[in-house]
Structure formats: C-alpha cells, structure tokens
Design a protein around this ligand. Structure first.
Ligand code: URA
Length: 242
C-alpha cells in the first residue's frame, strides 16, 4: 500500500498534510527517513514511524458515536444527515453503522469497516444485550412490566403464521433524576424494527424519548455528547471480539 494511505489510515492527516509532513522528514520506513509520500510499503513487514512513534497497521476501524436525534443510521440518504456524514473527517472507506437507531433515537452506535464484527453483533442467534433508557408517557404498571419481561406480541408473525413474541427482556427503573416523566432501563436481546417503541405500545404505553446506553460490553461514555464520537480503545475492541 502507499505510504500516504497508511498514514491516512492512522489519522495522521489529510493526503495534502501527509505529503508535507513526509517532505519535512517526520516519517521513517525501517529507520530511514521517507522522502516521498507516494512510495509503496509492505504494511505487514515494514516498520513505519511518525515523529518517532512506531505505528502498527490498523486493518479495521472502530468508532463509537453518540447518535443525535435528527440523523439517520444509514450510509447514504438523499435528504437527511447520516451517521457517516458525522465521521467524514476520518476519511475511512467502507464504514457502516452496526445496526440502526430510529431518526429520533439518541445514543450508542458502533460504526466500523469490520463486516465480520457487524455480522456477529447483529446475528439474531447471538442475542447481544442492548440497554435502552426509555422515557415513557405513563408510569409502567406491574402488569406491563411483567409482560415486557415475559415477551409481548408486537404484531410480528413467524413463518407458520403464529405470533412471534419478543424474547424475554429485563426492566429496571432509572434513578429518579427529578424529571417528571417515568423512565425505565430496558434490556433486550434482539433488534427488530422499532422494537422498543412497539413493545411499549403493546403494553398500552408510549415512548417519548429513547437513548441506547449499551450494546454488548460497550457502554455509552458519560462524556460523549450527542453528535460526538471517538475511536474504540484496544480494550473495547478486544471485549467485542471475545
Ligand atoms: N427500538 C426502537 O423502537 N427504536 C430504536 O431506535 C431502537 C430500538
């Protein structure tokens, strides 16, 4: 691969900046100052350093985004801003969101070019836990809670025409933060279309606001504001792959 692509993949800068940095002697290939940014390197064998720091090759890229409301979880959209538009400065090709959040839902969205990971996290047989903070119109009754936890009819049918109930879920009550509307934490293990909203509708309630707090082992960091994102840490990537 070309040196400038390799450095770009490490978020060193834009192609133009990288050209300048290399010209200024900031990059070494196997200990020797690189003279041009368009030279070809062997990313598996060559040791590349920038400003004295040795770079290891990143095959895949992993980001955690706090999706804001009003942005769609798609790779392209003619009308609305997409979650990939929010990451365009990263200049990484082949990124996709790991699942979808509705346009008005906020919270944790993993975005990666690692198709294998996306497949594993979304596979219906893996039952990856997803925790949602759900702001409700009405207080959840004990009966509603029991139904949600047992599995509800949200209108889906199996191939044989029988009701496809949701899998058992877990309801917890969010700590009282002074808001006057009831808030629950709902843990589900599937990813059906509008699932949380339809589950609450099935028990006679209504979702007024929805935020995803976690997916599998990855939690939405408190300091990541809506619209902000960061790369996953090596520890977080290991957790996802374990
Ligand atoms: N369930 C929903 O209803 N909407 C989402 O965005 C995610 C889960």
């Amino acid at each position: 691969m070309r040196l400038d692509k390799y450095l770009g993949d490490h978020n060193i800068g834009t192609r133009k900046q990288i050209k300048e940095y290399v010209k200024n002697g900031r990059c070494k290939i196997n200990g020797i100052v690189a003279l041009k940014s368009d030279v070809h390197i062997d990313e598996d064998k060559d040791e590349i350093s920038f400003d004295g720091v040795i770079l290891s090759y990143k095959k895949y890229h992993y980001f955690i985004l706090n999706k804001p409301s009003g942005v769609v979880s798609a790779t392209t959209d003619g009308r609305n801003t997409t979650v990939l538009d929010l990451l365009k400065d990263e200049n990484v090709k082949g990124l996709s969101p790991c699942g979808r959040l509705d346009i008005d839902t906020e919270g944790l969205l993993l975005i990666t070019d690692d198709g294998g990971l996306i497949h594993r996290l979304l596979s219906p047989i893996k039952h990856v836990d997803k925790v949602y903070e759900v702001h409700l119109k009405d207080r959840l009754t004990d009966e509603g809670r029991m139904k949600l936890e047992e599995g509800v009819d949200i209108g889906d049918k199996k191939d044989d025409g029988s009701i496809d109930y949701t899998l058992p879920s877990k309801v917890a009550f969010a700590p009282d933060d002074g808001q006057d509307r009831p808030v629950i934490l709902l843990t589900i293990h599937e990813g059906r279309f509008h699932q949380v909203k339809r589950m609450l509708e099935a028990v006679g309630n209504e979702v007024l606001f929805l935020r995803r707090l976690s997916m599998g082992p990855i939690k939405l960091p408190d300091d990541l504001l809506p619209g902000q994102y960061r790369s996953l840490t090596d520890e977080e990537i290991d957790l996802l792959n374990s």
